[in-house]
Design a protein around this ligand. Structure first.
Ligand code: FA5
Length: 367
């Protein structure tokens, strides 16, 4: 029995050396010192020994038990960080922690926000669930206008035959600002709401809230009932830009666009400008960039055209300035609606836009 006690003691000490955390320590304590623990069971057998043996083995047993209890105590306090570190091997390599990181679209968005802030633009957040009025009407797209078909819309309920105009801006705020009291979106007819198809509604919201002169960008998610493919998603990101002041012209727009493209790519990227039609700008243009994935030779990422539509823009239509409460005889402006997701595709050479929302960690871990 004496040998058995010594053997269990050595076994305990060997196992204790391997213990690194409290759960394993607790399990070990139960295994040896618990009610049915190995050492406890062995010590119970002492009762059946002769008086002579009881004396000698009893002493050894009590001493071993005491020693082991204090050893467990000591290690417990080391693990919880309270005691002397007598067994942790500090030369062992540390455990690698897996950290989360930013989504590639968020990285591009943050870079652009910084770029625009450095040019005096403020960042606005508009609502994703938007009124028909701000998404279309106030952008010079009345109901039954054929331009409504340019963007396939997710209506939240059955469309209202005559959408109600909203004379007041619904609650929305500048980044970091809280919504103003009394501006809660109360009397909005549910049949009048859409998942915003673009970030352009924030133009009118911004003008109504802050007036002229105004420089703002509004990044965010937009939604379209699209047939999806390598360059079309139903949910993607845009960044609206708006600058309103006296004597703003297309040349200001081109200067800002160039700054934007060079800022994101950190080098000159080949671009082309085509005329474009949007009811809320006049004139309107489309800026495309040469596909950075195939360098213009054609690939799935540019639908084999060599170019990617990325930055539609134009001079703000006078009617839109009026909807925003700004005098079009005094002020003019430019606006653009950057395809943020497509810009991220070009920056990181991703040839399928569906990867962004796939939730595939193997894809996301690369950025
Ligand atoms: C608009 O949404 C206008 N609101 C842009 C605008 C703003 C024009 C201000 C003038 C002044 P468009 O439907 O072309 O335009 O979309 C803008 C950009 O979003 C496109 O150039 C493209 O880069 C991106 N985009 C459009 N549809 C999708 C889609 N289904 N998936 C991914 N990106 C898309």
């Amino acid at each position: 029995m004496k040998d058995e006690i010594i053997k269990i003691k050595e076994e305990i000490l060997a196992e204790l050396k391997k213990v690194k955390e409290s759960e394993a320590l607790g399990n070990l304590e139960t295994k040896y010192l618990g009610r049915k623990g190995k050492l406890t069971v062995l010590l119970k057998q002492i009762a059946g020994l002769s008086d002579e043996e009881k004396k000698e083995i009893g002493r050894l047993a009590n001493q071993t038990k005491k020693e082991m209890i204090s050893k467990f105590k000591e290690i417990k306090s080391v693990i919880s960080g309270k005691g002397e570190d007598t067994f942790v091997d500090v030369t062992l390599p540390g455990e690698k922690r897996v950290l989360g990181h930013l989504h590639p679209v968020t990285i591009v968005q943050n870079e652009l926000e910084d770029l625009f802030k450095s040019m005096g633009f403020m960042v606005l957040d508009g609502p994703e669930l938007e009124s028909d009025y701000f998404n279309f009407e106030a952008l010079n797209i009345p109901s039954h206008h054929p331009a409504r078909d340019m963007q396939d819309t997710f209506y939240v309920a059955t469309p209202h035959p005559n959408p109600l105009p909203h004379p007041q801006p619904l609650s929305f705020a500048r980044r970091g600002e809280s919504k103003e009291r009394g501006q809660e979106e109360t009397n909005v007819d549910q049949s009048d709401m859409v998942m915003r198809t673009h970030t352009s509604p924030v133009q009118v919201r911004g003008m109504l809230k802050y007036g002229a002169p105004l420089r703002c960008v509004a990044p965010g998610r937009v939604f379209r009932a699209e047939a999806i493919d390598a360059v079309h998603e139903h949910t993607f990101d845009q960044m609206e830009g708006l600058m309103v002041d006296e004597n703003i012209s297309i040349s200001n727009l081109i200067a800002v666009m160039k700054e934007l493209i060079n800022g994101i790519f950190g080098r000159e990227v080949e671009t082309r400008v085509r005329p474009g039609y949007f009811p809320f700008v006049e004139p309107g243009i489309e800026l495309d960039i040469k596909c950075t994935i195939c360098n213009g030779s054609g690939c799935p990422g540019c639908k084999h055209s060599g170019w990617l539509e990325i930055l539609p823009a134009g001079q703000v239509h006078p009617k839109v300035l009026e909807y925003g409460g700004i005098d079009p005889d005094k002020y003019s402006g430019f606006a653009f609606g950057l395809g943020l997701t497509r810009l991220a595709m070009m920056k990181y050479k991703i040839n399928d836009t569906r990867l962004f929302n796939s939730g595939d960690l193997r894809f996301l871990r690369q950025f």
